[in-house]
Write a protein that binds this ligand. Structure first.
Ligand code: ADP
Ligand code: ASP
Ligand code: MG
Length: 587
């Protein structure tokens, strides 16, 4: 007898007929002898309507009252779902977040789950009932109703599956599964039979709206298999599982974040502590930043750029301006109307020429790349918002994601059911959804090559990485700064043994395109691994402070949901490692 959590999204319960159809799925599972917990979203666009109502009262409704209001959407749908289940002859009990015992922190409208009690739910399941749980909501320690952020019912479902020890969490939605990119943006997108937690976490947090990213944090930490499938068609769906059960590919998908803003603090004194001053302020306001790029300081000054979702731009700008004044920086510049396009794949790190392929595809479309950051499993570029869809199409095609592949799960998704073991770090967490840091390691085997004053024209990055690819050089980190004065800075790391060849290639391009090349024969790269690294505001801050306190300067940074990399001078590698291990509680 298995325990299954089934989640139904808004479109899947949009009207009474759909609620009845969804209830039939739960009843069928129950009839097959399984214990069933159902998590339901608000009906159709009910949450949007409620948001709109609030806005008609006041442009700035208080966050607590927003939560009180929005939580009603799910209260309606669980009650109707329970009635539907009962009408089909099976005992069902609907519960609000508070009644289940989903305890959260008090960050209204984006609360994080601290704990979930399972006693009540288990008793009901033992009695033979189907439990119908309201998604997206919880209760804080003072008894206030909280919500988990838009799309948060996925997170409720996977978190419940985690604590109940469920064998499977099924996410019923309006698409057939997880696609190589949003099928509504690109019709040639294909459904993936399976995808690893890391890839899904990355895709979701970089803009793929099909899953709430925080749900995948839970899935990975607790080893819960998640099956995304259609509410309306009986087709196999996509299984989200641990990497050893998913098929590694150089690229699994492309994500588009349609509305991003870039902020640059120009002329920051290039000294330890500047980055900390900035990112601690942003973290304190709960703003999660991405694509942090700091160019190598010239004349003792550097530019620090980062991106935030457009919604956070105003607040991020205000905070940046204040920090810039305090640091006596030259200026703060910003750009809205940008889009972030990312390609994600766990097999990427083992392949040569991945970067070249991506940048060439963009160059062929005449798309200018405004910033670049990479991690082991993804490459992100910042482009003009109007170029976003074309960039997605070009990259999707460049990685042959539009082509059919053989279904890699022999016997269909259900053949690979069963939980993976939870990560060790889970036992050390105070709250279930706390940031989970697993390890910090030092890699002293790489060299750093930097183009300074590279012209800001389409195709430059393509030129560089096509040449690098032709020379069969393995590139690890790539960072391209936001151009100031029409010139950008582009850095990448290669194995130290390849430094001469890499520098020769770089000089050749600099001779043709302009710019100069600087290289460092040995650098130290520190990698912190864990879950939810980018989306938990404050990780960058926790990284920068201890290094600044030790007087260690950071040359390059790159972040992803599962990894944070920094490059420092080779002779500071060991000390940085010790400092970071301590800062992140790794003993
Ligand atoms: P629900 O209401 O069921 O939670 P959502 O609207 O949150 O559904 O998520 C499903 C939608 O996610 C799809 O309709 C699709 O447009 C969008 N989407 C974005 N990226 C992807 C992707 N890579 N694969 C599948 N769907 C995606
Ligand atoms: N009803 C909430 C929303 O629309 C939560 C969810 O559907 O996941 O965002
Ligand atoms: Mg959703």
């Amino acid at each position: 007898m298995a325990l299954v959590v089934q989640k139904f999204g808004g479109t899947s319960v949009a009207d009474p007929q759909k609620i009845l159809a969804a209830a039939r799925k739960a009843v069928a599972r129950h009839a097959a002898g399984d214990r069933v917990v159902v998590v339901v979203s608000a009906m159709g666009h009910q949450t949007d309507h409620l948001v709109d109502l609030a806005r008609q009262i006041t442009p700035r409704p208080s966050a607590r009252e927003m939560d009180m209001l929005l939580s009603t959407g799910e209260q309606v749908s669980v009650a109707l779902f329970a009635m539907a289940t009962q009408s089909l002859g099976v005992e069902a009990v609907s519960l609000t977040g508070a009644q289940i015992g989903i305890r959260t922190d008090s960050t209204h409208t984006k609360a994080r789950i601290r704990s979930i009690s399972t006693d009540h739910t288990r008793k009901l399941l033992d009695s033979g009932a189907i439990v119908i749980a309201a998604g997206f909501q919880g209760i804080d320690q003072h008894g206030n109703i909280t919500t988990l952020g838009r799309g948060g019912s996925d997170t409720t479902a996977v978190a419940l599956a985690a604590v109940l020890g469920a064998d499977l969490c099924e996410i019923y939605t309006d698409v057939d599964g997880v696609y190589t990119t949003d099928p509504r943006v690109l019709p040639e997108a294909r459904r993936l039979p399976s995808i690893s937690y890391d890839e899904m976490l990355e895709l979701a947090s970089l803009g793929a709206g099909v899953m709430h990213p925080r749900s995948i944090e839970f899935a990975k930490k607790f080893g819960v298999p998640v099956l995304v499938r259609s509410s309306f068609r009986d087709v196999p769906g996509t299984l989200i599982v641990a990497a050893d059960r998913a098929t590694p590919r150089p690229a699994s998908g492309v994500a588009l974040a349609k509305d991003e803003a870039r902020i640059t603090i120009e002329g920051v004194p290039d000294q330890p502590g500047s980055s900390h001053a900035l990112f601690s302020r942003l973290a304190a306001s709960g703003i999660a930043v991405d694509m942090i790029v700091q160019n190598v300081g010239q004349h003792g000054r550097a530019d620090i750029s980062f991106t935030v979702p457009a919604d956070d731009r105003e607040q991020a700008l205000e905070l940046s301006a204040a920090v810039a004044r305090a640091l006596h920086a030259a200026a703060v510049s910003h750009d809205a109307d940008l889009a972030k396009v990312s390609v994600v794949g766990v097999g990427m790190a083992r392949e040569q020429g991945v970067a070249g392929r991506m940048f060439s595809a963009l160059a062929a479309e005449g798309i200018n790349v405004r910033m670049i950051t990479t991690s082991e499993i993804k490459i992100s570029v910042l482009v003009d918002k109007t170029d976003g869809p074309a960039a997605v199409r070009a990259v999707h095609r460049a990685f042959a994601l539009d082509r059919e592949t053989v279904d890699d799960l022999s016997g269909g998704p259900t053949a690979s059911l069963g939980r993976s073991s939870p990560l060790d770090v889970v036992n050390r967490l105070e709250g279930m959804e706390d940031l989970a840091i697993e390890d910090c390691i030092l890699d002293a085997s790489q060299a750093l090559v930097t183009f300074i004053d590279l012209p800001d024209t389409p195709g430059v990055a393509a030129d560089v990485f096509e040449e690098v690819g032709r020379a069969h050089l393995f590139v690890d980190m790539i960072v391209q700064s936001h151009p100031t004065g029409g010139r950008a800075e582009l850095s990448f790391t290669v194995p130290a043994a390849d430094r001469d060849r890499a520098t020769t290639v770089a000089r050749k391009i600099a001779a043709a395109r302009g710019g100069t090349v600087a290289d460092v024969p040995h650098v130290a790269k520190l990698s912190i691994t864990g879950v939810g690294i980018r989306s938990h505001a404050g990780v960058a801050d926790r990284l920068f402070k201890p290094l600044a306190d030790e007087g260690i300067n950071i040359d390059l940074v790159s972040t992803s949901e599962v990894r944070l990399n920094v490059v420092v001078a080779a002779d500071q590698g060991e000390r940085s490692l010790a400092v970071l291990r301590q800062a992140f509680g790794l003993g």
